[in-house]
Design a protein around this ligand. Structure first.
Ligand code: 3AM
Length: 179
């Protein structure tokens, strides 16, 4: 079995810039710079034959390239606890178009439909038992950064291995977008 997800990689300069959005935050584990990405479709554990099928469908997908913009900070969580701290990504039409095409390709490859609403983001920290208050203060203090638009000319199928020393993401295939 192989654990997969589809994402946009980010230029190193952008990832480095995002590592500056840090301050002590109870319960936060900061995502290492090499692991920062924008997930378009979580696939999960699949057999190698299914992975090949997914790759086949993704490689036949066509969509135009576009620019993305990062915008502000936010959190995921529930019942007063924060699970993740993230930088938001503007939800533009070309990004939604690409995500919808990846979803359609995933379903053609036999994966169950994604039921969760697409909320593009770059996870900056995963949190364990983190109270909402300090995270909200963090968002208010560091949330107004401005970065130039980021050109997107490809998307990537990543394999994910989780170990004691954290997650290791390996690009399995890179799919170019149209110029
Ligand atoms: O892009 P981010 O970091 O928000 O949280 C995992 C990570 O998201 C998410 O997939 C991305 C690459 O690992 N993920 C992990 N398990 C998941 C699951 N069961 C999941 N997303 C949905 N369902």
């Amino acid at each position: 079995m192989i654990r997969l997800f589809v994402a946009l990689g980010l230029p190193e300069a952008v990832r480095e810039r995002l590592t500056l959005v840090r301050a002590p935050l109870p319960g936060a584990r900061w995502v290492p710079v090499e692991n920062m990405h924008i997930t378009l479709r979580f696939i999960g554990e699949v057999e190698p034959a299914v992975a090949e099928d997914i790759d086949d469908h993704l490689s036949r997908l066509t969509a135009p390239g576009f620019d993305i913009r990062l915008a502000g900070l936010g959190t995921f969580g529930s019942r007063g606890r924060v699970r993740a701290l993230w930088a938001g990504v503007e939800n533009t039409e070309p990004l939604l178009h690409l995500q919808a095409k990846i979803e359609a390709a995933s379903m053609r490859a036999g994966l169950p439909a994604e039921s969760r609403k697409f909320h593009p983001h770059v996870t900056l920290a995963r949190c364990k038992n983190a109270p909402e208050g300090p995270a909200a203060d963090f968002v208010a203090t560091y949330g107004s950064f401005d970065l130039p638009p980021i050109p997107v000319d490809a998307f990537t199928l990543y394999a994910s291995q989780t170990g004691r020393s954290g997650a290791l993401y390996t690009p399995e295939a890179v799919y170019p977008l149209e110029l």
